[in-house]
Design a protein around this ligand. Structure first.
Ligand SMILES: Nc1ncnc2c1ncn2[C@@H]1O[C@H](COP(=O)(O)OP(=O)(O)OP(=O)(O)O)[C@@H](O)[C@H]1O
Length: 254
């Protein structure tokens, strides 16, 4: 893992994007979904990305996570330059260094919670260390549920299993796409509190796209996108502050 330091002696950020642009299509119909985006995400931080519909949030996540290729600019996950990797190298990077949590949990219905947590390690042709699975499931509060299948768990419990699965490879960074979007208010708050704890206490790193100001207010930092650019940033987010930023963006027609 790249937990090292830079040549200048500073800590290597978990994610570094420099001047990243992404264009879909060519000619008059081309869409510039990301326009010279630069950002750094420090290890152990919890970052939310917000912005109006079509502002480029999903594209940012996909380029950052190596799911899609930037048209220009550079992306580093830890010390690995994602830009420049071919598709199979990117797939390996995603498998080994990146965790994902989705709105719909995406657990495999036929597998138990334990087996679901193990999936990323199995995909790499290995068995998960049972100690690590136990430790992670304890950490996310599902250790009593490890023999259950997804349909025997609540949405919040399934998302906790999905978080453990995202962490089982000890990734550099976890990306979330509306990770609490399908949860009721109470479960969402519990999962958000857990995500905050995982970053602050365990030095995990999470970047999450969300439309929900309550979710964003749990992050350390909120980046606001409009028309493919980072136009604003908030480092002491509360629900009211986030709502004010969003209202400003909507009012300016972004
Ligand atoms: N595969 C694609 N081909 C062409 N245009 C695309 C493609 N994917 C996204 N876009 C365009 O790029 C822009 C940014 O889209 P993106 O999905 O990143 O926005 P978003 O902020 O995630 O939106 P939402 O909140 O509605 O999910 C939009 O104008 C969208 O129409």
């Amino acid at each position: 893992m790249s937990t090292g330091t830079t040549a200048a002696g500073g800590a290597v950020p978990a994610l570094r994007m420099t001047d990243v642009s992404k264009q879909y299509g060519r000619g008059p119909g081309a869409v510039r979904a990301l326009d010279s985006v630069s950002l750094r995400v420090a290890r152990g931080s919890f970052v939310a990305v917000m912005g109006p519909s079509g502002s480029g949030k999903s594209t940012l996540l996909q380029c950052a996570a190596g799911l899609d290729e930037a048209s220009s600019g550079t992306v580093h996950i830890g010390q690995v330059a994602v830009t420049g990797l071919d598709e199979s190298q990117r797939a390996m990077l995603r498998r080994d260094r990146v965790g994902f949590v989705f709105q719909s949990y995406n657990l495999l219905a036929g597998l138990t919670a334990y087996q679901n947590i193990e999936v990323p390690v199995r995909l790499a042709g290995q068995r998960a260390n049972p100690e690590l699975v136990r430790e992670l499931s304890e950490r996310v509060g599902v250790s009593a549920l490890l023999r259950r299948r997804p349909h025997e768990m609540s949405g919040g419990q399934q998302q906790r299993v999905a978080l453990a699965r995202a962490l089982v490879t000890e990734p550099e960074i976890v990306f979330g796409d509306e990770p609490t979007g399908a949860l009721d208010t109470g479960s969402a708050r519990q999962v958000l509190a857990l995500m905050r704890e995982l970053t602050h206490r365990d030095q995990r790193t999470i970047v999450m796209v969300t439309h929900d100001p309550v979710a964003a207010a749990h992050a350390d930092r909120v980046l606001f996108l409009a028309d493919g650019r980072i136009v604003d940033e908030e480092t002491t987010p509360t629900v009211d502050v986030v709502l004010r930023h969003m209202a400003r963006l909507e009012a300016s027609g972004c």
